[in-house]
Design a binder for this molecule. Structure first.
Ligand code: NAD
Length: 248
């Protein structure tokens, strides 16, 4: 039976681990040709082994630089129907008087600039096709000030603005742009420490109100819904998938 992504090419960043990996797996299972990219080669090898029967191309690349972006777009071979900007890094929970330039610049490069660079590179293909769906993974830290350090929180607020701008300006061209904001998810990022950290910094109330840690597959379900035609009438959405944290 054809899946939601049969005949479509999907690019996924951060596909070696966690949410990106679960998204790549779900897309492949539902029929997509997947271009999976990550900076860590062994993680992509393990993904390719798991998806041996699917149509998966892996690209070891750093999507925060133009060479990496070019390698990913080359591998897509002139067609990108879906783009999932998932790669992201944390900021060691440093606050504004503690933050160092190197941490700030790297977090902004990976969490914000890479999203812009890859989106900029695939948009001409989507404009040519008159269709496309882009989903960026933000964070609870893009909705509030209490779930990470200052660089990560700033970066995740930035991609909310990027998503809103693109959604408005590309809607007339048939291209949808949305964002999924996860709460804590069981991955290789140090985010699950966030509730403990927040409790230490902000007091025990924080530990009480944060919902349980989710699995990457919960996020892949939301991301693939927004990438698919099931969400044809949805653009510019900032969709929390956080067990209700954002409603508190
Ligand atoms: P993860 O560390 O398990 O996976 C992220 C992957 O991205 C890694 O394999 C890493 O090698 C890759 N990556 C990092 N920098 C890259 C770069 N420059 N180019 C290409 N690949 C790169 O983490 P995750 O939790 O799955 O994170 C995915 C996204 O979800 C991130 O944007 C993160 O900020 C966001 N997020 C995660 C949580 C959580 O609790 N895990 C919560 C909110 C938001």
């Amino acid at each position: 039976t054809p899946g939601r992504f049969t005949g479509k090419t999907a690019v996924v960043t951060g596909a070696g681990s966690g949410i990106g990996r679960a998204t790549a797996v779900r897309l492949a299972q539902e029929g997509a040709r997947v271009v999976a990219t990550d900076v860590v080669a062994e993680r992509l090898d393990s993904l390719a082994a798991e998806l041996a029967d699917a149509d998966v191309t892996t690209v070891v690349a750093d999507v925060s630089d133009e060479d990496g972006v070019a390698a990913v777009v080359d591998a897509a071979g002139g067609r990108v129907d879906c783009l999932a900007n998932v790669a992201g890094i944390m900021d060691k929970f440093l606050t504004a008087h503690e933050i160092d330039d190197a941490t700030w610049e790297r977090v902004m490069a990976v969490n914000v600039t890479a999203v812009m660079r890859l989106t900029r590179a695939v948009l001409p293909l989507m404009l040519g096709a008159g269709a496309g769906s882009i989903v960026t993974v933000g964070s609870e830290a893009g909705l509030r000030g209490s779930s990470a350090g200052v660089a990560y929180t700033t970066s995740k607020h930035a991609v909310v603005g990027f998503t809103k701008s693109c959604s408005v300006l590309y809607a007339p061209k048939g291209i949808r742009v949305n964002l999924v904001a996860p709460g804590a998810v069981r991955t290789n990022i140090e985010a699950p420490m966030a509730s403990q950290f927040a409790a230490e910094r902000l007091g025990p109330l924080m530990q009480v109100v944060i919902p349980p840690i989710a699995e990457p597959e919960h996020l892949a379900a939301a991301i693939t819904w927004l990438l698919s035609d099931d969400s044809a009438n949805v653009t510019g959405a900032i969709l929390p998938s956080d067990g209700g944290w954002s409603a508190l």
